[in-house]
Design a protein around this ligand. Structure first.
Ligand code: SF4
Length: 245
């Protein structure tokens, strides 16, 4: 393991490296993985590959991602020469859901049911084989994330029998910090970002936002902003919201 922390790095970057190092020192690659969404959290992969030789990455393939996102995932795989495990929905669950509700039920009765089948249940399956995971969540992404910690017990997926720890190394990064890093380090990024997309999820549930619009307005825009989590980070909604200045 190499210690790649340099003195002239911004404080949030030093912080992120320390959180990642802590995670990698405490968990072996078969018990810890980076969750890569196919968006700006590619920064996690760039930071990780400077710190350790061996780390695991997975991505939830909902089956509804943009073509640009699939191409980006492949670009990242080749660029860093890493494996990215694509975690898919259970075929029977998905077939049953689509048969009953069709392909766009989220526009009528909310995104939770579809996200459960396509994201949350597959993630639960994946996390059953891990003890910890690393996410690209940031405080500035949503009102549901203002209390985000660098390290937390995953109360959504962990249990008393199988606790799961969640690391959020980018918690204190702003969107601008992420983009400064991407530009300064020549990190590959999703082509959708050049088309006005900021927060990128599934194709039907993601849209471009204006220059002064909050990035979360581009996700599930037909729903209430205080509940815009897909279940992957459901504990963000459950805990009380503290307003930070
Ligand atoms: S983001 Fe939209 S398409 Fe993707 S799993 Fe959730 S509801 Fe379904």
């Amino acid at each position: 393991m190499t210690n790649a922390i340099a003195e002239n790095e911004p404080h949030y970057e030093v912080e992120a490296r320390r959180v990642l190092l802590d995670a990698f020192e405490r968990y072996s690659p078969d018990r810890l993985a980076i969750s890569f969404s196919g968006a700006e959290d590619v920064v996690l992969i760039d930071l990780a590959r400077e710190l350790v030789d061996d780390f695991a990455v997975f991505s939830l393939d909902t089956g509804r991602l943009h073509p640009e996102t699939y191409r980006f995932i492949e670009d990242v795989r080749r660029f860093y020469r890493i494996d990215i495990e694509l975690v898919s929905p259970n075929a029977d669950d998905l077939a049953g859901f689509v048969k009953e509700k069709g392909l766009f039920s989220f526009f009528e009765d909310g995104h939770q049911e579809c996200c459960t089948v396509r994201k949350t249940d597959p993630l639960r399956r994946k996390l059953a084989d891990l003890d910890a995971w690393i996410t690209g969540q940031r405080i500035d992404q949503s009102v549901t994330r203002v209390n985000l910690e660098h390290q937390e017990d995953d109360t959504a997926f962990g249990t008393s029998v199988h606790p799961i720890e969640k690391f959020n190394p980018l918690a204190n990064w702003s969107g601008q910090d992420v983009w400064a890093y991407i530009r300064d380090h020549g990190v590959p990024y999703n082509a959708l970002h050049d088309k006005g997309f900021v927060s990128i999820g599934c194709e039907p549930c993601t849209r471009a936002v204006g220059p002064h619009e909050h990035e979360r307005n581009g996700r599930w825009w037909w729903e209430d902003g205080s509940a815009k989590e897909c279940g992957l980070h459901a504990q963000n909604i459950a805990r009380p919201i503290r307003i930070v200045s």
